[in-house]
Write a protein that binds this ligand. Structure first.
Ligand code: SF4
Ligand code: SF4
Length: 80
């Protein structure tokens, strides 16, 4: 089953180094030029669908600013 996920970036930690962006296999992260963090950077942000929840961005982030949430989609989830 395909995995889907999402990320939350702690804008107090992100320093816009773009490591998560260049390492994301799904290419779904970009700097959000419409926002500025308390430290004065444009924060990394998901900008389109397609995150698989692979966790790579979280691993490569030198600031540990990214939390990954993963959801496994199954067809028989509700047969409890
Ligand atoms: S969890 Fe994986 S697919 Fe999702 S944004 Fe991070 S690196 Fe990209
Ligand atoms: S790797 Fe971390 S610090 Fe660098 S842009 Fe991504 S979230 Fe920000």
């Amino acid at each position: 089953m395909p995995l889907s996920g999402t990320i939350v970036v702690d804008e107090n930690l992100c320093k816009a180094c773009e490591l998560c962006i260049v390492n994301c296999p799904a290419q779904v992260i970009a700097l959000d030029k419409s926002r500025i963090t308390p430290r004065g950077f444009h924060p990394a942000s998901l900008y389109k669908e397609g995150c698989t929840g692979c966790g790579t961005c979280s691993v490569v982030c030198p600031e540990a600013a990214i939390t990954v949430y993963r959801e496994k989609r199954t067809e028989k989830e509700s047969n409890a």
